[in-house]
Design a protein around this ligand. Structure first.
Ligand code: HSE
Length: 439
């Protein structure tokens, strides 16, 4: 049997500790599957004395992850430090330059530096694996990089943040406040160190940027993403969506259009009957539309120690099974040097249906004024409903008007809403939520 694969792990938080647990509890199975043992021979973290609930055995301790990355005592460097620059970037670069394979769960790092790191990996003939960086335990990178060879992708979209999906589900099902749901997601270990990364859409955007590159063979463009988070979504939106036959999900969507590639992250109304609408809680889902296969939808645990560890271990096992000269192809599906420049489609050209919730003064002519703004911008309405919110003391003076449009453009919607604001009938900020066609 081949010699053990020597793994060095930098970062011993929830995911790092879970990886060590899996290697120790499932070592025999991994050994049978890979034809060799996987051994954690070295670790690095900030605090040597912290109780992590796992045994580090005889693993060598490194205070500096860069020293670990360069060490002769490892074959694979597993980066679980986090952050797009600093020690994560420096140690991954050092490991690749030292001829070590790298496994990382770090979506921010890859979104920012993935192409440059892929070039180093490809020059040095080593693997840079990152299954855990996107959609937790779902093997979407493997599917896009390997299983969909020959397919042309037209759209990839998904629920890519477990924390947001958990919050939206709890608000919907249990009528629990946004803040209480977020605290619980943090307690369960789903949320990022800074949870604004989750709820304002940055985490989803990082993951989407990686999927876009894999889907369309282009460079990673994390700054060219239209982004809105879920902090503005209220129970009123969730209730209205439900009554109209929709659920609200934070989606990341990348889509080919005539003018370029659209990348957007925003709360989205999806039909209740669609498969993606059934994806609740911390579960993530990724849908990929291609010419050969049609639509593929994968769902599974998107955050948490064990789900992420499962993806990390899968990547390590791939390295254990690989042999010199027989690798798994380029890091982002196409050689890093040949990735096409990213061409951004303008958000104002986005086409789709829209949900608009307006809180208006209850006086004559308001309804007609709203309808006129819609007509002036050539927006056709699917439905328009006016109602008083039961139990609301101001219900006598104000009403809620909910509009659902047929397919139109972002530009038309923005102009219509600007017009409605200018008319002076609004008593609160207009809420606009895009509707997405979903299978
Ligand atoms: N904070 C992330 C989430 C963890 O909630 O999905 C995985 O990236």
């Amino acid at each position: 049997m081949a010699e053990a694969l020597r793994v060095g792990i930098a970062g011993l938080g929830t995911v790092g500790a879970s990886v060590i647990k899996v290697v120790s509890n499932h070592g025999a199975t991994l050994k049978r599957q890979c034809g060799r043992e996987i051994a954690v021979t070295a670790v690095s973290a900030r605090d040597r004395n912290k109780d992590r609930g796992v045994s580090l055995g005889n693993a060598a301790w490194y205070d500096d992850p860069i020293d670990l990355a360069r060490s002769d005592g490892i074959d694979v460097f597993v980066e679980l430090i986090g952050g797009e620059d600093g020690p994560a970037l420096e140690s991954v670069r050092a490991a690749l330059e030292s001829g070590h394979h790298v496994v990382t769960a770090n979506k921010a790092l890859l979104a920012r530096h993935g192409v440059a790191l892929a070039e180093i990996a490809e020059q040095n003939g080593v693997l840079l694996n990152y299954e855990a960086a996107v959609a937790g335990g779902i093997p979407v990178i493997k599917a896009m990089r390997e299983s969909l060879a020959g397919n042309t992708v037209s759209r990839v979209y998904g629920i890519l943040n477990g924390t947001c999906n958990y919050i939206l589900t709890q608000m919907d099902e249990a009528n629990v406040s946004f803040d209480a749901c977020l605290s619980e997601a943090q307690r369960l270990g789903y949320a990022e160190a800074d949870p604004t990364f989750d709820i304002e859409g940055h985490d989803t955007a990082h993951k989407l940027a990686i999927l876009t590159s894999l889907a369309f063979g282009c460079q990673i463009a994390p700054d060219d993403i239209y982004m809105e988070g879920i902090s503005n979504i209220s129970l009123a939106d969730i209730r209205a969506a439900g009554e109209l036959g929709y659920k609200i999900k934070l989606l990341g969507v990348a889509q080919k259009t005539d003018s370029g590639i659209e990348q957007r992250v925003h709360p989205t109304m999806v039909p209740k009957a669609s498969v993606i609408a059934q994806v609740d809680g911390v579960v993530n889902a990724v849908a990929i539309e291609t010419d050969i296969l049609g639509e593929l939808l994968m769902s599974g645990p998107g955050a948490g120690g064990m789900a992420t560890a499962s993806a990390v271990i899968g990547d390590v096992a791939d390295i254990a099974k690989s042999r010199p000269g027989f690798q798994h192809g380029p890091v982002f599906g196409h050689p890093a040097k040949k990735l096409a420049p990213y061409v951004r489609a303008r958000m104002r050209s986005h086409e789709g249906g829209y949900f608009i919730r307006l809180t208006v003064a209850d006086r004559a002519g308001v309804f007609a004024a709203i309808a006129k703004r819609m007509a002036d911008n050539d927006i056709s309405l699917e439905s328009i409903v006016q109602r008083s919110d039961a139990g609301d003391e101001s219900a006598d003076e104000q009403k809620t008007v909910i509009l659902v449009t047929h397919e139109t453009t972002e530009s038309a919607i923005r102009q219509a809403v600007e017009g409605i604001v200018a008319d002076g009938h609004l008593m609160a900020k207009a809420q606009v939520i895009r509707i997405e066609r979903a299978g």
